[in-house]
Design a binder for this molecule. Structure first.
Ligand code: 4NP
Length: 176
């Protein structure tokens, strides 16, 4: 069962805290978020109370694995994205997630447009909104590394990992 199927099945049951990372293709930015946050949470007492998945707003790569550069940069830093399978975002997730984290302003705009009410809209934010340093600096977007070099993938990794660490630091409050 995929993480998304587990989330669907958990609706109405003892709810976990559900986090979804969103980007365009689900091959670079959002898989980094999913893999990193899951690994970090698995090292905490909250391991069985947080469910993480990711999706693309586009369908181009559905069924593929993550971009090889994503897999490589994550492996270099000790994370395993080799099992990632691309999926496309489903609008009903807007009501079924506690936090939907968008990579850039285009994703945020599209998710906000799809949200049918204010509570759903309020669960949507930037990935970097959970990194206090990024919020202080006012640099909230994770730029698309797809056309870039490995240095761009390293920058993406650093931004997404810092965000995931920020969220882990908030878990005691979020799950209190
Ligand atoms: P991602 O990067 O959104 O971080 O996965 C991209 C991957 C694929 C495309 C665009 C961005 N694409 O146009 O296929």
């Amino acid at each position: 069962m995929t993480a998304s199927e587990a989330i669907d099945q958990s609706m109405g049951a003892n709810p976990a805290y559900r986090v979804t990372f969103i980007c365009s293709g689900n091959i670079c930015r959002s898989p980094m978020g999913e893999v990193i946050l899951k690994a970090l949470v698995d090292d905490t007492v909250y391991a069985d109370r947080v469910v993480v998945d990711s999706a693309g707003l586009g369908s181009w790569h559905v069924g593929d694995g993550a971009d090889p550069r994503t897999v490589r940069v994550l492996a270099k830093h000790g994370y395993d994205a080799s099992g990632h399978i691309v999926q496309q975002f489903k609008p009903h997730w807007l009501t079924e997630r506690d936090l939907i984290l968008a990579a850039d302003r285009g994703h945020l705009r599209e998710l906000t447009r799809l949200a049918k009410n204010r509570p759903d809209e309020a669960r949507v934010d930037y990935i970097r909104s959970i990194d206090p340093a990024a919020v202080r600096a006012g640099t909230l977007e994770v730029d698309d590394p797809w056309y870039g070099s490995m240095a761009d993938f390293e920058r993406t990794f650093a931004e997404v990992e810092a965000s995931c660490r920020g969220l882990v630091a908030q878990l005691p409050d979020l799950l209190a």
